[in-house]
Design a binder for this molecule. Structure first.
Ligand code: NAD
Length: 319
């Protein structure tokens, strides 16, 4: 089996590569990433010399380059994206280019080479803000930020390739991931690393925005299940079912790190900030998906990882 992983030098992609190499030592993995600010080969130092793993620096929008790399592969999993909502508000151009145009380039080449599975990694943000209840996979798309709109657009184009060309596409929509190797601009590593540095913990607005969380390795497990057992043309929501508002999350992390709640600073809210995301994950559970440990255990594990790996995130925060 030859898997193409795009965006494998980022947070979830690098965890997925490590997960697959361990679980399927005979699989061949090709990681294609153009190493944006969020892509970091240090995330994969421990597997860099594995004979089954190869890295190529390339932009997913560069059709000529990607054509040569994809030819002959069995499956493709597209993690490559611009991913930070705040950056999409400052400038959305790169989000449209990578997340929509780049995904279209990959789909077109996957069609050309008759790829056996194309897994598009998407997000629960495409359902927009929910006052109550949980979004199932057929819930309406109601995006708020240029980021979520670009992801929803890519989902629709991917599904059109299934319906029109029979390309074996599957989409996963996961909730907020957390764990090792997450770029320290994202809420969980930002809070943890700021506390380690003795800095304030910035909470948007009144901190009442609610998110569902999933440990990154659990998401990798679910993506693996979907890749091997999922049905083409389908969408799978992925979450642990643990939800918490941002202020309570800040307090929880501060308490776990024995730091003062006085470090919390309320800052001006993000424009268009969605109040609540919540997804129904019955479908992926029917494939056999179960989380392996509860949120608090994983939170402790994650805090310890950032405490022990300051040499990984320190330079990223300065850049
Ligand atoms: P990340 O920002 O950590 O990594 C993205 C990777 O894509 C980086 O390595 C970057 O260099 C690469 N990349 C960006 N543009 C590229 C391009 N034009 N060509 C090639 N490579 C490019 O992101 P992440 O958190 O690991 O997210 C991975 C995927 O999962 C994304 O598609 C994201 O939308 C989705 N997702 C993330 C979360 C989350 O909580 N992190 C939740 C739901 C869905």
């Amino acid at each position: 089996m030859h898997l193409i992983i795009t965006g494998g030098a980022g947070f979830i992609g690098s965890n997925f590569i490590r997960f697959i190499l361990k679980k399927y030592p005979n699989y061949r993995l090709t990681n294609i990433d153009n190493l944006t600010y969020a892509g970091n080969l240090d995330n994969l130092k421990d597997v860099a010399s594995n004979r089954k793993y190869h890295f190529f620096k390339a932009d997913i929008c560069d059709e000529k380059k990607i054509d040569k790399l994809i030819k002959g592969a069995d499956c493709l999993i597209n993690f490559a994206a611009q991913t930070h909502v705040d950056r999409s508000i400052v400038s959305s151009t790169e989000f449209i280019r990578t997340n929509i145009v780049g995904t279209h380039v990959l789909l077109s080449l996957a069609k050309k080479y008759r790829i056996r599975r194309f897994v598009q990694i998407s997000t629960d943000e495409v359902y927009g803000s929910l006052k109550k209840g949980h979004a199932s996979e057929d819930f309406r798309l109601y995006t708020s930020s240029p980021y979520s709109a670009s992801k929803a657009s890519a989902d629709l184009i991917a599904l059109s390739f299934f319906k029109t060309f029979n390309l074996p596409v599957i989409i996963t929509r996961s909730s907020n991931n957390f764990g090792p190797y997450q770029f320290p601009e994202k809420i969980m590593p930002l809070f943890i690393t700021n506390i380690i540095e003795g800095k304030n913990v910035p909470v948007y607005g009144n901190g009442k925005n609610i998110r569902d969380w999933i440990f990154v390795e659990d998401n990798c497990q679910a993506i693996d299940l979907v890749l091997h057992k999922g049905k083409c043309g389908e969408i799978y929501n992925i979450s642990s079912g643990y939800s918490i508002d941002n202020l309570s999350l800040a307090k929880l992390i501060l308490r776990h790190m024995n730091a003062s709640l006085k470090l919390i600073r309320f800052v001006k809210d993000r424009p268009g900030h969605d109040y609540r995301y919540a997804i129904n994950c019955a479908k992926v559970r029917r494939l056999g998906f179960r989380i392996r440990a509860n949120f608090l255990e994983r939170l402790r594990e994650t805090i310890n990882w950032y405490i022990e790996n300051r040499n990984w995130w320190g330079p990223l925060k300065k850049s």
